[in-house]
Design a protein around this ligand. Structure first.
Ligand code: SF4
Length: 342
């Protein structure tokens, strides 16, 4: 569970049950600075003169806010819309896309007007009837570390359990899932976990749980009957990468419950970076050791008009063949689906 160093309450947020609940949870803790803003100027309340210091302080900050402007962003191809319950993440993965996407807003932000957000989701569902509409809860955040006191995922899971045409999904590297296990989710929420080798976690995914802890949380979620999937990402090529990723696949297989209510899905994504991301990462994690030598990569133009440095064709083919072969062999008696390997 995330215990912030400071909590910034935007105006009027204490009038909402979640805002008040968060205040009650933490106001007695003398190690936490509680800031009630009169003007909504968040950045002024977070110290740090350099991008690195501001980023570090931001990662220790929780902002409690009200979501204004309820137009949802689209979220192709994995869902139809982003569900804007939260933004930010407490993890300090050096390669994280949020470093670029959220830029000067590295803090965890919880939106307390969850009812407005879910009402808006229902409107989008109505517009698309009779189709199913899928909402992604982690497009700009990892929502799990604040779940014990925000209950946002619980609220959303229960909301979508009553929805005939609405579905919910989110992905996490974190393990605070216990409050979700007894919910009557009606199979309308899919929970995915991002896994990696312990070497990658130690080298690049600071402040995140170990591979074993993530697998343990996934096991609980599968046992609770949720449709569950695994994102193995980003795959890095280093000496012994095949041994380590095989070890991960075997450990996961060993921990899966005997009975699966749904096929387990796999999505495998190799490491890639944009020139912009590389620049931002070098500012906020100047000591990072990420393999980002442009000359070792191929430059590939994407559908959104900007390019990325990906592993060369031969390496991508090797990654694809490796995971295809190992997953098929290790999970041969289990119901699984490999969605894609890229
Ligand atoms: Fe980014 Fe996910 Fe790491 Fe959080 S856990 S910093 S969202 S990659």
């Amino acid at each position: 569970m995330f215990v912030p160093k400071r909590i910034i309450f935007e105006k009027k947020t204490l009038d909402y049950p979640i805002g008040n609940q968060i205040y009650q949870q933490f106001f007695r803790n003398k190690d936490i600075e509680i800031i009630e803003m009169s003007k909504n100027k968040i950045k002024e309340n977070i110290p740090g003169d350099t991008p690195k210091d501001f980023h570090t302080e931001g990662k220790n900050t929780l902002v409690v806010g009200v979501k204004t402007g309820l137009k949802f962003q689209s979220c192709k191809p994995s869902a139809h819309y982003q569900l804007p319950l939260l933004s930010g993440c407490i993890g300090m993965c050096q390669y994280c896309y949020l470093n670029t996407n959220l830029g000067d807003k590295p803090y965890m932000r919880i939106n307390v007007n969850v009812e407005d957000i879910l009402d808006q989701a229902d409107k989008y569902i109505q517009e698309r009837l009779p189709e199913i509409t899928i909402f992604e809860g982690s497009a700009t955040s990892d929502p799990v570390p604040v779940e014990p006191y925000s209950n946002l995922l619980k609220t959303a899971i229960e909301h979508f359990s009553h929805s005939t045409n609405g579905r919910f999904r989110f992905v996490s590297k974190f393990t605070d899932v216990d409050t979700l296990l007894s919910l009557d989710h009606q199979n309308h929420t899919e929970i995915r976990f991002t896994l990696n080798t312990n070497k990658v976690i130690q080298d690049y995914e600071k402040r995140t749980p170990s591979m074993e802890k993530r697998i343990e949380a996934a096991r609980k979620v599968i046992s609770a009957g949720y449709p569950t999937g695994f994102l193995i990402a980003p795959v890095f090529l280093y000496e012994n990468w095949k041994e380590d990723y095989k070890d991960l696949l075997i450990k996961l297989s060993d921990q899966l419950p005997d009975h699966l209510s749904h096929p387990i899905t796999f999505e495998i994504i190799s490491h890639r970076y944009t020139p912009r991301a590389k620049q931002v990462i070098s500012e906020i994690y100047p000591e990072n050791q990420l393999p980002m030598q442009d000359e070792d990569r191929s430059y590939k133009f994407g559908q959104f008009g900007y390019g990325k440095y990906v592993y060369p064709k031969e390496s991508l083919a090797d990654i694809s063949a490796f995971f295809q072969k190992e997953i098929t062999a290790i999970y041969q008696n289990r119901e699984i689906e490999i969605k894609y390997i890229i």
